[in-house]
Design a protein around this ligand. Sequence first.
Ligand code: G16
Length: 542
Amino acid sequence: MDLDAVTKQSVLHAKPDGLILQYGTAGFRTKAEHLDHVMFRMGLLAVLRSKQTKSAIGVMVTASHNPEEDNGVKLVDPLGEMLAASWEEHATCLANAEEEHLPRVLVDISEKAAVDLHQDAFVVIGRDTRPSSEKLSQSVIDGVTVLGGQFHDYGLLTTPQLHYMVFCRNSKGQYGKATVEGYYQKLSSAFVELTKQAFCSGDDRRTLRVDCANGIGALKLAEMRHYFSQGLSVQLFNDGTKGKLNHLCGADFVKSHQKPPQGIEMRANERCCSFDGDADRIVYYYHDADGQFHLIDGDKIATLISSFLKELLLEIGDGLSLGVVQTAYANGSSTRYLEEVMKVPVYCTKTGVKHLHHKAQEFDIGVYFEANGHGTVLFSKAAETKIKQLAKESEDEKRKAAKMLESIIDLFNQTIGDAISDMLVIEAILALKGLTVQQWDALYTDLPNRQLKVKVADRQGISTTDAERQVVRPPGLQEAINALVKKYRLSRAFVRPSGTEDIVRVYAEADSQENTDSLAYEVSLAVFQLAGGIGERPQRGF
Ligand code: G16
């Protein structure tokens, strides 16, 4: 390791005095102007991680659902997963080291993680469409090259595409071709194969309206749509030509405000969907003939997918296990429906796909979705082998079901939640089952729910336990929440510090929207009073 060269280069990417950042729910995130040093240092870290794992490592420059002025970085491990938890700590140490300590911290990490410094390193880089992203990805490249790492810069990519590229490279092409074209072809052929029965009757092209959050999803979907156009026609809105990224549009806006994005033309009872800024989340919605808005979030997506998979598993009858993983944000009705009606085991983890992903790996088939629309389905190696064997050897109905499962395995991005891949899976299931968006929505009725944000001086002052459903600190806050929850029927509330924004999130659900809104407001006030709220006090009314 040429530490002198690192020191010289690092001066060009100097850390602002006193700035401390944490590797949060999905990497580092803050205002773009504070991130140059973090990007350079994550380039360094990616080289060390690559040497240690003897594999390609990914670096994605994006702040996903955050406002356009923010930026961030997500590191991707060899199998396309989020960075291992032990390396998150290294990332935080490296990002916060003062200039003069940087060489020592690099040596410390190499020693602690037993990095073989003679090993080659390879880093793949992608970025979203934020104005700051190009320059910041150059800072990543500076970090990679100063430690002698090789790199491939894919330029503009969705986050899930970058995860896919990393896994393709490390699986030596077995998962797919590590090119954008390879990604389009893999997903589109699986979609066409899966839906050929549904569309074989001729001109049955279905139209879906897609709000692309003015982000990278628009560019990629525009490139990809002709690959699957025989089965699905997508109409793009908020494609980035006019509006600002994630502003009054996108999956996060639609889910948290429970209203349609600006800039989309909706028609009564026709389905629409929204991606977020880096196209790793998706939510669906429609409005009915009376103009009432209906949101179909990650929970209902998980339910649709699980019930389809369960039917196919019953057909093949091979005893493969299916489990669903959610977070505390999952609507109570969805959990009840999955457990009591569908008889599927459901587990709750902390927020962050990294947590859900690992839990889902415990099943033959693990379905994981956050209510915000971030999720995918994982198939174990054993399940995949079994399904492929049945698709070749068994007869008739069993074979047909196994072949469908085979296509579904290819259609899901098994490295991470992926809005494009999820959209194609959902469209395929709706087409195959002949389901309208209303029928899908009617699977169960969501309990009214509300999410709010509270600003506090130091959100790290709040700590939680029990998959973030209980507050441990500050003292008295959980007791206050318990007392408020008791006032309402079918009620539940929790608070947790966000790992992507400088706020505390509040979630509430209850028997009516009015009660839910009151509960959410009262809990916000308790957070404001007991956890050091700053700025404007929470207000009633939404
Ligand atoms: C990221 C994570 C998600 C998480 C979301 C919000 O999404 O990947 O798993 O649900 O942040 O996290 P928090 O509540 O901690 O702010 P994205 O789409 O922004 O990368």
